[in-house]
Ligand binder design. Structure first.
Ligand code: C5P
Length: 404
């Protein structure tokens, strides 16, 4: 992914600049070309000669250098790149980026660029947590500046906390993800995912049906998140008000039996996520005519069990998908019930969520879930359903990377 990518690396004045030579080496190993701008502060920690030698290019330092400007003006410098990476990004350069200050070559290039920008912040923990820096960070994020790190740990100043620049492999991974995304690819490219979402409607007669309160928000968000990571997604959706997500193949169904049929017809897939709230029963006695109201008489509905889609897809066999995930909406003994469900339905993971009255899960935008796997239970904070989906998609990517 980094092959032939042109990276303009701005090295600002922080101790983490000592990691930059290794970063350049690793980027070049992966086929990227690196051109450096070194700020005055940066040159206190790493020399221009080191950067020039390792990048195999000139190291640019001065805004008003007659020779540099003649050879390669600062505008061209900022445009002849696929991405600008600021590593380390100090509190000072972040503040200057927010203000649009351009008082040296680095800040001028950042203001003049039309290319994406990524920063790897590095500073003392108090500087990082200071409201000024945090507010600058938020502003930069709204301007689509990508941020990698910082992480927590020992800081060069002797204090401990958040502020360590992301390690080189993390920066490489963030750049790789960025280029994958812009190429419409991701860690799940080449993998097929089947997602069920929404409720099912079980007809009582041609005008009436049995339904449930599922909105389809969580299942649709899962389909979107998987597609964003490059998976080829088929979403089998019961009747919902959710718009069809972009970039996924969608099959609309009404009943559980139709959902079951659409699922089996959409296999094979490596990943299956059953997020639909499938009705447990259909009305066996449903007929072709509207049931007439007759005073003093109530019709009896004869129910029959619906197929269990999750359990069917998770059955052992040569064509079983590698990762089958179910949802468990419970109102009591959440984790215990989810663990039992995982075993009973033979699925690999269960996303357990509390749908008791007051949880707001049904129809709401937030969800509080626990991921139940063979390794144990991971409890996530209350997140937007979109964020739950993104986290789940990340976990799926990690599984795919380890196992497939
Ligand atoms: O048994 P219960 O409905 O609580 O299980 C929930 C999980 O099973 C969800 O993942 C749901 O999508 C799936 N399920 C299914 N087919 C059914 C019933 C539930 O796929 N008939």
């Amino acid at each position: 992914m980094l092959e032939n990518r042109r990276i303009l690396l701005i090295v600002a004045g922080g101790i983490a600049a000592v990691k930059v030579p290794d970063l350049i080496r690793r980027l070049r190993e992966r086929g990227a070309s690196v051109r450096c701008i070194l700020t005055k502060g940066g040159s206190q920690f790493v020399t221009p000669l080191t950067l020039a030698a390792l990048s195999g290019d000139k190291c640019y330092q001065d805004l008003f250098s007659l020779t540099d400007e003649a050879e390669m003006g600062h505008i061209r410098l900022s445009r002849e790149a696929d991405i600008i990476l600021v590593a380390p990004a100090t509190a000072d350069i972040m503040a200057k980026m927010v203000m649009g200050q351009a008082d040296d070559l680095a800040t001028t290039a950042l203001l003049a660029t039309d290319k994406p920008v990524m920063i790897a912040p590095s500073m003392n923990v108090m500087m990082w947590t200071h409201p000024a820096t945090q507010s600058n960070l938020q502003i930069l994020k709204t301007r689509e500046v990508r941020v990698v790190g910082p992480s927590a740990g020992d800081l060069a100043c002797g204090e401990v906390g958040n502020g360590r620049m992301a390690e080189v492999p993390e920066i490489i991974a963030a750049l790789t993800r960025f280029f994958q995304k812009s190429a419409g690819q991701g860690p799940l490219t080449g993998f097929r995912a089947l997602v069920t979402s929404g409720p099912t409607h079980e007809p009582i007669d041609p005008v009436r049906y049995i339904a449930n309160r599922s909105s389809g928000k969580q299942g649709h968000a899962v389909a979107t998140a998987l597609a964003e990571l490059g998976a080829s997604v088929t979403l089998i959706a019961g009747p919902t008000n959710e718009p069809d997500p972009d970039g996924v193949k969608i099959i609309h169904v009404e009943t559980a039996k139709q959902m079951m049929k659409a699922c089996t017809e959409s296999l094979p897939a490596e990943i299956v996520i059953c997020a639909a709230a499938v009705a447990d029963w259909n009305v066996e006695s449903a007929g072709g005519q509207k049931i007439k109201k007759e005073s003093g008489k109530t019709p009896a509905l004869k129910l029959a069990e619906n197929p269990d889609i999750l359990a069917t897809l998770a059955q052992p066999g040569p064509s079983r998908p590698s990762l089958v995930i179910g949802f468990a909406a419970e109102t009591e003994n959440l984790i215990e019930n989810a663990q039992l469900k995982r075993a009973k339905k033979n699925c690999d993971w269960i996303v357990a969520n509390d749908v008791s009255p007051g949880s707001g899960a049904f129809g709401g935008d937030n969800n509080t879930v626990h991921l139940v796997t063979a390794d144990g239970v991971e409890s996530w904070p209350t997140l937007q359903k979109r964020a739950v989906a993104e986290r789940l998609a990340e976990r799926i990517s990690a599984f795919v990377e380890r196992n497939l």
